[in-house]
Design a protein around this ligand. Structure first.
Ligand SMILES: [Zn+2]
Length: 339
């Protein structure tokens, strides 16, 4: 019986095992984390589980809604109202019982660093800029490859970040200027409006998410298998579904990058910090005193801090500092803390 099961498993992969330079054992030993189980996460997880990746970690805190069903193919009508990671893991376990699926029905920020650290590749299938930026900073600080994908209506993009080798998402963020220039609305309301917009109004087409998610899965597969004949995507890949065109944009690493820059020059400022203050109120004070412009990134030990983090929770040693950056600054600011 046991021998039969082993044979069946090998047969499952028979058609990929005969592909040139295939290394199934590397896939079996690999562990990946998929951040966000929406349109892209559905495609990426289905592909990676089918390929026989040893362990897939799914992270999402959303529940399935009827409006998800046009593109999030792993969900069914019976899943409406259920946590996405639970419904997805059931589908994926049925699809390939021979691999492990770990689920976190939680905010990405709540995932311990050790979980990210245990993975070979992290895949960004998120739909909000700020969480994506944070994930990028985590991957750079842990030196873990990140496969980023994004979709907007007919458009899509993919970028692979190999920390300190290729540009990170913060090196040259290709974010539409209008999204960075919403200074007329008060910060609180602006954030709320952006969250609403990002959650509900982003157009999403299943054919585009299938293509972009497929490329993300492909790059993940290549990062895991490696080999001389394998070339990882090292440019920013842009897809336009209306003209059916793929364009690669050559990006350069930015040595002044606040996240992965190795020799960024700094403007050092001594700044009084209240231990009870959180990152949000620090940002508001920086807007008032230095005229910084949202979005502002506050970074400690290479990781972008969330707004609700309090200063006393930070592990900042004697000679350590916080780094602050916004797009109006030519150089990041280094804040020496004075309490
Ligand atoms: Zn960078």
């Amino acid at each position: 019986m046991r021998a039969k099961k082993v044979v069946e498993r090998e047969e499952r992969y028979a058609r990929q095992l005969i592909a040139e330079n295939w290394k199934q054992e590397r896939l079996k030993a690999a562990k990946v984390l998929i951040a966000g189980i929406g349109a892209l996460g559905s495609v990426v997880s289905t592909n990676l589980v089918s390929l026989g990746i040893g362990e897939t970690i799914l992270v999402d805190f959303d529940t399935v809604e009827i409006s998800n069903l046009n593109r999030q193919f792993i969900f069914r009508e019976k899943d409406i109202g259920r946590p996405k990671v639970i419904a997805a893991s059931e589908y994926l376990k049925d699809l390939n019982p021979g691999v492990r699926i770990q689920v976190h029905n939680a905010d990405l920020h709540a995932i311990p660093k050790a979980v990210f650290e245990s993975c070979n590749v992290i895949i960004d299938c998120l739909d909000t800029f700020e969480v994506r930026r944070w994930l990028n900073s985590v991957c750079v600080s842990l030196k873990k490859p990140l496969v980023h994908g994004g979709i907007y209506g007919w458009l899509g993009n993919v970028q692979v970040v190999v920390p300190f080798s290729t540009p990170c998402l913060e090196c040259q963020p290709l974010i539409p200027a209008e999204r960075l220039q919403k200074a007329c609305t008060p910060p609180g309301e602006r954030r709320k409006a952006e969250e609403e917009e990002e959650k509900n109004k982003v157009p999403s087409i299943p054919t585009v998410s299938t293509l972009i998610g497929g490329i993300q899965a492909q790059e993940t597969l290549k990062l895991i298998m490696g080999g001389e004949s394998i070339k990882i995507l090292d440019n920013y890949l842009f897809y336009d579904g209306k003209s059916e065109s793929f364009t690669q944009v050559q990006l350069q690493r930015n040595l002044d990058c606040i996240v992965c820059g190795e020799k960024f020059s700094l403007k050092t400022i001594e700044y009084a910090i209240d231990e009870e203050e959180n990152v949000r109120s620090l940002k508001d004070r920086l807007i008032a005193s230095w005229g910084l412009v949202e979005p502002i990134r506050v970074i400690s030990n290479g990781v972008i801090l969330e707004n609700n983090v309090k200063m006393r929770e930070l592990d900042i040693g004697e000679n350590e500092a916080l780094y602050v950056y916004d797009h109006s600054l030519f150089k990041p600011m280094r804040l020496i803390l004075r309490t």
